[in-house]
Structure formats: structure tokens, C-alpha cells
Write a protein of this length. Structure first.
Length: 470
């Protein structure tokens, strides 16, 4: 299986001189022609590829047909490769070369390449010179950018091994400012993303054989001044099961703190496959069939232990969201404030006598368990005009050792978190798990917060959370 990973960190709109027609695009290296009544939009984007030091173009086509025929006219000495591509978040992952044909002139010289593309999908085209050196690469979106993106996200490769299922890429969050993405091909493992809190400057990656204490691959890379990390690691792993961990620190030779840990992968034929959570399908079904169908407006009013008439909460919500222009920025600010300023009450947790979870009581005491975190988060969001609901479920906490088992996969509810409605969609946030603050033995112990559980992907969230009810 041939797979090439391309990581796209920035997308900026550029105006580039090019020839547009109803079904034609042309530049110095190639000409593209479509023959099934599809058109090239006038939108063209360009983005830096950090691993290749080159640029790519987004050429966006639209069609209502089941498939389309496209021809590529290149310089006579050039060759092409075409891959079916998937898109976890904003990152391209080429995960399979597809069939295409070479059409020659009567004298045997190259006339053009042609390929039939399926409706709704993303494809990566690579142009190489006579020495097999990459000249240019670019994606083609069939069915339009949005439709292709949605289709690729919903049709990622699944590998079934025994009773376990694996997916072909791993991404923790939809929030570009704080996430990790891991992909691979036969030669390299690509780990990239952003770490936007704590002023961390170094990232340690650690890959161990499952059950082993010694690392197969381990090193430290620098996080740049903008919080971005981008690692290209030689893939020399033999087939088997592995555990990946990412850890951060403000110094190269210091204690590293966990960013992502216990990510289970299977290596087969030199490619990494990431363990699919046994509760992922369950979570997606409840989210789609129940959560998505609820009217967001019903989550703007006072309810239960959510305090909407408190002057202190009203003032705090205004203060937190001041100068924030979008709802997404506002809910991120609310998430950060709650995670940074509320302490998990371990004394109550271990004592079995939980404190009040009412939002105003949590604000006044500065401590609570998950119920209080979720109620305070929802109250502040609603006071800021953002629909926000509390979700109940089961989380792999202290007692579970972080693993789904036959015993705990159907356990009763033990946790609460939130979903907020911004930019026309529901996003997941768990301020309890993003907060590291502790109230223990009568003392407040402040820790540095994380954004690991803000706008989480369902794949990542389902590694540790099972949705039970809305």
C-alpha cells in the first residue's frame, strides 16, 4: 500500500496568473482538461508544504455526475502519480495510488495521462521530472471542496484485526491552535500540530512496543515561537503493536509533561493504523441521532443548576468574552478560564460527599467535581449568547486505568462535560479534563491547564469518553 503524507499548516488566498476556461486549467508544468461538464472554480489557494519546501494549488471542481474523466497534459519528459487522499482535519494523507492511463502519440511520445475520478472525493496529483524528482503536487476536489472534504472524512481506511478496528490517521482536535496529528507512509512517521499553552518549547515523542519499557523511537524536537511542531521521523518499525506518547517541556533537559499518551497503533506493511475506540460508533450514533437534532435555542435559557440571574456570573461572562469577536473565540476563552481557575475537589471525590454543583456555588468556592465544571461552563456560555449543553456519560478515570474493558464499557454514568453550538455545529469540550488544578488535603494546588479537550474530534474523545445522554 503506497502512502504519502502531506501536512498543510497555513492556507492563504493568492492571486496567481493562470488561464481559466469552462473545463481547463493551465500553468507552466501541466494542462488539465475535464470532459464531463465539470468546471474549474476561479478560487485558487496556495499553501506552504513544510516537508517538501514547495507549494500546492487547490483546484476545485464541481459535478453532479457519479464520476468524471480528467486529462493531464504535461511536458514530454514528466511523469505523474495520482493518489486517493483522505483529510483528517486540515492535513492531507495520500493513502493509495489509483489507476490511470498514459495515451501516446502515433510516434510513441507522450500525449496525455487520463484518469476517471469518483464523485465526492479528494485526490492528490504529483508531477515528477525524468529523474523522478517532485516538480509539483496539488489536490483536486471532485464534487466541490466541502463535499469532497466531508466524504473523505467519512470514508477513511479501516483495518480489521481480530476483534479490533484501526483507522489510518489520528488527530486530536479540530482547533488548529492546539492539536496533534499523526500519519505515516512506508518511510516516515509525520507528527505535527500546535501547542498553544504553557509556553512549552520542546516536544518529546516516544514510541514503544506494547508491553515493553524500552523505546523503539524516541527523541526531542523544538516547538517554534508560534507554538507549531512538525516532525518527520524515520519509520523503521517492524509489524506489531505499539504505544505512542507526546510530551512537552519548557526546557530540553527537564521534566516532560504528557500531551498525548497511550495512543495505540498497529504497524502492518510499514504503515501505522490507530486503534478505533470500541465506543466510537455508539458515540457517533447518539451524537447524530439525538444531539444533532436538538434545537440549539433551547440551550440558551436557565435550567437546573445553571445560574443565569447571578450578577457575579453575568459580570464574569462579560469580562471573559470582552474583545472576542466570534463565538468560537468566546467559547475558547470560557473553556480556558474555567480550566485555569476551578480546582478538582479530590477531597470530596475520595470522601464520597460531593459539593454543590450549582454554577454560582462553584464560582464562589473555586472547586468542584465534573458536574460543577460542566454547569459553570454552560452558564457562562449561555450568558454570552452561545448555546451550550451538559452531556452525561462514562469516562475512563482513575479507577479504570485508562482502558476500555468488557467490565467498564457499559458502566453507569460517572462524568459530565459540555457541547457548545458555534459556527453552525456542535463542538465538544471537557473543562474538567483540560484542568489540572487539584484541591487535595485541604489545599489548592494550581497546575498548568491544557486545551487537549477543546473541540475534540470524536475519534480522540471516544478513546476515553462514552456518551450516555443529553
Amino acid at each position: 500500500m503506497k502512502k504519502i503524507s502531506v501536512v498543510i499548516l497555513l492556507i492563504v488566498i493568492l492571486t496567481i496568473g493562470a488561464t481559466f476556461g469552462a473545463s481547463k486549467f493551465q500553468n507552466e508544468n501541466y494542462t488539465i482538461e475535464s470532459f464531463d461538464d465539470i468546471s474549474l472554480s476561479k478560487d485558487e489557494f496556495s499553501s506552504k508544504l513544510p516537508n517538501d519546501g514547495g507549494y500546492i494549488k487547490y483546484d476545485m471542481y464541481s459535478t453532479e455526475l457519479d464520476n468524471v474523466l480528467i486529462r493531464f497534459f504535461t511536458k514530454s519528459s514528466y511523469d505523474i502519480d495520482i493518489f486517493k487522499s483522505s483529510l483528517p482535519g486540515a492535513d492531507f494523507v495520500n493513502h493509495g495510488e489509483i489507476d490511470y492511463s498514459r495515451v501516446n502519440n502515433s510516434d510513441g511520445t507522450l500525449n496525455y495521462y487520463q484518469c476517471t475520478f469518483e464523485k465526492y472525493g479528494t485526490y492528490m496529483v504529483e508531477i515528477k521530472d525524468q529523474n523522478s524528482k517532485l516538480v509539483e503536487k496539488f489536490p483536486i476536489f471532485i464534487g466541490g471542496f466541502g463535499k469532497a472534504l466531508e466524504a473523505d472524512r467519512n470514508n477513511r481506511d479501516i483495518l480489521k484485526v481480530g476483534e479490533n478496528e484501526y483507522i489510518d490517521s489520528f488527530i486530536t482536535s479540530n482547533y488548529s491552535g492546539h492539536k496533534a496529528s499523526i500519519t505515516s507512509d512506508e518511510r516516515y512517521i509525520y507528527i505535527d500540530g500546535a501547542y498553544s499553552v504553557d509556553n512549552q518549547k520542546y516536544m518529546l515523542y516516544d514510541i514503544k512496543k506494547e508491553g515493553s519499557k524500552s523505546s523503539k523511537i524516541k527523541d526531542v524536537e523544538k516547538i517554534n515561537s508560534k507554538g507549531i511542531f512538525d516532525m518527520k521521523i524515520r519509520n523503521n518499525l517492524s509489524d506489531g503493536d505499539y504505544i505512542i506518547g507526546l510530551y512537552t517541556s519548557d526546557k530540553r533537559n527537564s521534566t516532560f509533561h504528557s500531551f498525548i499518551y497511550n495512543v495505540k497503533v498497529k504497524v502492518e506493511d510499514d504503515l501505522l493504523y490507530f486503534e478505533k475506540s470500541p465506543v466510537l460508533d455508539h458515540n457517533k450514533r447518539l451524537f447524530d441521532e439525538i444531539g444533532m437534532k436538538k434545537d440549539p435555542q433551547q440551550y440558551l435559557v436557565s435550567a437546573g443548576m445553571l445560574t443565569m440571574d447571578s450578577p457575579e456570573l453575568i459580570e464574569l461572562a462579560d469580562k471573559i468574552t470582552k474583545n472576542k469577536e466570534t463565538d468560537y473565540e468566546k467559547i475558547l476563552a470560557i473553556h480556558d478560564w474555567v480550566a485555569e481557575n476551578i480546582y478538582y475537589d479530590f477531597d470530596s471525590y475520595y470522601g464520597g460527599t460531593y459539593p454543590s454543583g450549582k454554577a454560582i456555588d462553584v464560582l464562589n468556592s473555586k472547586k468542584s467535581v465534573c458536574e460543577g465544571y460542566a454547569n459553570l461552563t454552560a452558564s457562562l456560555a449561555r450568558l454570552s449568547g452561545i448555546p451550550c449543553r451538559k452531556v452525561s456519560g462514562y469516562a475512563l478515570g482513575i479507577s479504570s486505568q485508562g482502558k476500555w474493558t468488557d467490565e467498564n464499557i457499559n458502566n453507569d454514568t460517572n462524568h459530565a462535560w459540555n457541547e457548545a453550538y458555534v459556527d453552525g455545529k456542535w463542538i465538544i469540550l471537557d473543562t474538567t479534563w483540560s484542568s489540572r488544578n487539584k484541591f487535595q488535603k485541604g489545599k489548592f494546588d494550581k497546575k498548568e491547564q491544557n486545551r487537549q479537550y477543546f473541540d475534540s474530534t470524536m475519534e480522540f474523545f471516544s478513546l476515553s469518553h462514552r456518551i450516555e445522554g443529553y
